[in-house]
Write a protein that binds this ligand. Structure first.
Ligand code: FPP
Length: 258
């Protein structure tokens, strides 16, 4: 196993000793992990249950994964909970998903506090209406000083839309002569993205065997390691998360160099 020295690369994953029971030697733990939680519908179908049962079981998998990420020493966990394309689902399913979100945001607030988790949002959650948005913002506000792990929930998020908004923001600044267009570089674009406060994405996991990015973190994924697993999201647990971290630790990241 070849591991990069964390000391030689600022912003690279740090060595951490807190991955209990997985490896005897210190593992390279990714600082920022993102997950495309896929397969709720298929899980429900296989059990002969309505799709909403799959989403409910998926929410339990979120709790397990959050605990595993805290335990492993991950700094930021970004979850794709609702894409800007998910509005195309039936009214019933959209309402089930928003209902679940409303239920969990209130119920889980105490757990987030207890675990030292700070909640942040990306996407455009205002589209879910003032009530849910206010609940979400209250949870963000209440957890803002927690520092064990940052849980970023992507809600009504689409990466192309995020990049277009970044371009609009820079164009506006150029029109107002606050920046020179020739100064727009990668750093300037990254600073406009909704992920600007978080470390570089290290690892992206997608469950359920699909190998697509589905408009998720397209800019941020540039040098991330990708792990696609067959497990359906409701079956995802600490062991599956540990296996994904092991895969990550076994890869040699070159960031374009040799
Ligand atoms: C994909 O499965 C999953 C979603 C569109 C929603 C993810 C939502 C949750 C896990 C529940 C609540 C989340 C939080 C943060 C409390 P799918 O329905 O596309 O599955 P399929 O491809 O098998 O149909």
């Amino acid at each position: 196993m070849t591991l990069r020295s964390a000391a030689s690369d600022k912003g690279a994953p740090k060595p951490a000793g807190g991955v209990k029971g997985r490896l005897d030697t210190p593992a390279m733990v990714p600082r920022h992990v993102a997950i495309i939680m896929d397969g709720n519908g298929r899980w429900a179908e296989r059990q002969g249950l309505p799709r909403v049962a799959g989403h409910r079981a998926g929410a339990e998998a979120v709790r397990r994964t959050l605990r595993a990420a805290v335990e492993a020493g991950v700094e930021v966990l970004t979850l794709y909970a609702f894409s800007s394309e998910n509005w195309r689902r039936s009214d019933e399913e959209v309402s089930d998903l928003t209902g679940l979100l409303r239920f969990y945001v209130d119920r889980e607030l105490e757990t987030l506090e207890k675990e030292g988790v700070r909640l942040r949002l990306i996407g455009e959650p205002a589209a879910f209406g003032p009530d849910l948005e206010a609940r979400l913002q209250r949870a963000v506000e209440r957890t803002k000083d927690n520092d064990r792990l940052t849980l970023v929930v992507a809600l009504n998020y689409g990466s192309r839309g995020e990049i277009a908004a970044a371009a609009r923001g820079l164009a506006q600044q150029a029109v107002e002569r606050r920046i020179d267009p020739s100064s727009i570089d990668e750093r300037a674009i990254a600073a406009q993205l909704q992920t600007r406060d978080f470390p570089e994405l290290d690892l992206l996991i997608r469950t359920s065997g699909e190998m697509r990015l589905s408009n998720f973190l397209l800019w941020q994924v540039a040098y991330a390691e990708l792990v696609f697993i067959e497990t359906l999201w409701p079956d995802f647990d600490e062991a599956a998360f540990g296996l994904a971290l092991d895969q990550y630790a076994s890869r040699q990241r070159r960031f374009g160099g040799r």
